[in-house]
Ligand binder design. Structure first.
Ligand SMILES: [Zn+2]
Ligand SMILES: [Zn+2]
Ligand SMILES: [Zn+2]
Ligand SMILES: [Zn+2]
Ligand SMILES: [Zn+2]
Ligand SMILES: [Zn+2]
Length: 404
């Protein structure tokens, strides 16, 4: 008997599939359909999205309906973009899932000093590259931690990295000009477009005696830039450039820092400030104010440090010659008033009494100032800064209230 010659083509049988003989057309014995796991299994996309069937080599359905399983295959489908890559099923269906970020140095982000980006653990594509972001788009809420004339430090709202960078070039606006007896005073606003740090200055046109630059941190500044969520330190400026580019030293600080929502914890008054007149009020997070050696006057007649419940202490360098008329005017008259410490000796303090040409004489409060503890007058107060500058102190903690 001559053997049949099986053809290539498969035919569907009762329970399996078979070939026919190419010579006599006889159906050869049936064999079992292949398993769905067989390499030769055909995945056929169904019209319903996300499903296919699996067919045997003969065309019979082995699996009538199965959910697609997508895997990433490099080079298949569209190239990865900033949010998705392509994954492909054996049936040819595509899906475009979002990238899955790898763990980077800051959570799900990789960072440099100036930028952050993510990298997909599936396709290795780098995406979302951006400069660090100081505030959410359209929001005035910054994430500032500290700010001085040169730099801003903030937590990137996207990657959470703590970033220190130079301010962007300040925009300068002439805000208003007031004519006074001494001439005119023009107010300029300098603003970092990135962090919204705004410095307000006054430039006086008058005689040498009154010509000067007063740096002012305005309400505008505090409410606009620092309704942030992070605690921060603020270093006041001691110089700045005029719109004409002339460097001006700042010797006086004025203006107002007052805002119950800002999280200002520490205020640093820089070297070179001789007159401190910035009213610092109603800052519920403020704990520390640092004055420079060389500060001579602290003056305000409404309460320079009123209403700051966490500011329990202010330390006056020994160069201070004059404060407000009355201690209550310096620290406020409310329950939360801080204790004021003087870094010089009692004699030095009392010598201030002799200072002439002070528009408020020390004698007004005379006995309101006394040693915190007579027996420990050589012991610096713990935590006061700068401790090294505190050989002895005088305090108003237990100062008698006294009416003027
Ligand atoms: Zn045959
Ligand atoms: Zn088959
Ligand atoms: Zn499929
Ligand atoms: Zn990806
Ligand atoms: Zn970032
Ligand atoms: Zn800035």
């Amino acid at each position: 008997m001559i053997a049949h010659t099986p053809g290539e083509e498969w035919f569907v049988g009762e329970t399996g599939h078979y070939h026919k003989c190419t010579v006599c057309e006889t159906a050869l014995p049936e064999e079992d359909h292949i398993e769905s796991t067989d390499e030769r299994a055909q995945y056929v996309k169904l019209s319903e999205d996300g499903f296919h069937k699996i067919q045997c080599v003969c065309g019979a359905d082995i699996v009538e309906k199965e959910a697609c399983t997508y895997v990433y295959i490099e080079g298949e489908g569209s190239a990865p973009n900033n949010s998705t890559h392509t994954e492909t099923c054996k049936c040819g269906a595509h899906t475009y899932p979002k990238h899955t970020p790898k763990e980077g140095d800051e959570g799900n982000y990789f960072t440099t000093e100036t930028e952050h980006y993510q990298e997909c653990s599936v396709c290795n594509y780098q995406y979302g590259k951006s400069e660090h972001v100081i505030k959410k788009s359209g929001s005035k809420r910054g994430n500032l931690i500290s700010v001085d004339m040169e730099n801003h430090t903030y937590t990137c709202v996207t990657c959470q990295k703590t970033v220190t960078g130079k301010h962007k070039e300040f925009t300068v606006t002439a805000n208003s000009t007031n004519t006074t007896e001494d001439g005119s005073a023009t107010q300029y606003l300098y603003r970092c477009p990135e962090c919204q740090f705004t410095l307000c200055t006054f430039e006086y046109s008058s005689s040498e005696n009154t010509y000067g630059i007063t740096s002012v941190l305005t309400e505008h500044y505090t409410t606009t830039a620092f309704s942030g969520e992070k605690e921060f330190t603020l270093t006041l400026p001691n110089s700045f450039k005029t719109p004409a580019g002339v460097e001006k030293q700042v010797t006086k600080s004025a203006g107002l820092i007052s805002n119950a929502t800002i999280k200002l914890t520490k205020l640093i008054v820089p070297e070179g400030i001789a007159l401190f007149q910035t009213r610092v009020q109603n800052c519920p997070y403020l704990e520390t104010v640092i004055f420079p050696e060389g500060l001579v006057f602290l003056y305000d007649n409404i309460g320079l440090f009123k209403g700051n419940p966490k500011l329990t202490k202010i330390v006056l360098p020994k160069t201070v010659k004059q404060t407000a008329y009355h201690t209550s005017k310096l620290v406020g008259d409310d329950d939360a008033k801080p204790t004021a410490y003087f870094c010089g000796t009692q004699d030095e303090w009392q010598a201030n009494d002799e200072v002439k040409n002070c528009f408020s004489a020390i004698k007004y409060y005379g006995t309101d100032w006394h040693w915190e503890d007579e027996s420990k007058k050589d012991t610096p107060v713990d935590g006061a800064k700068p401790v090294a500058l505190l050989p002895t102190m005088i305090t108003t903690t237990q100062a008698r209230k006294r009416e003027i």
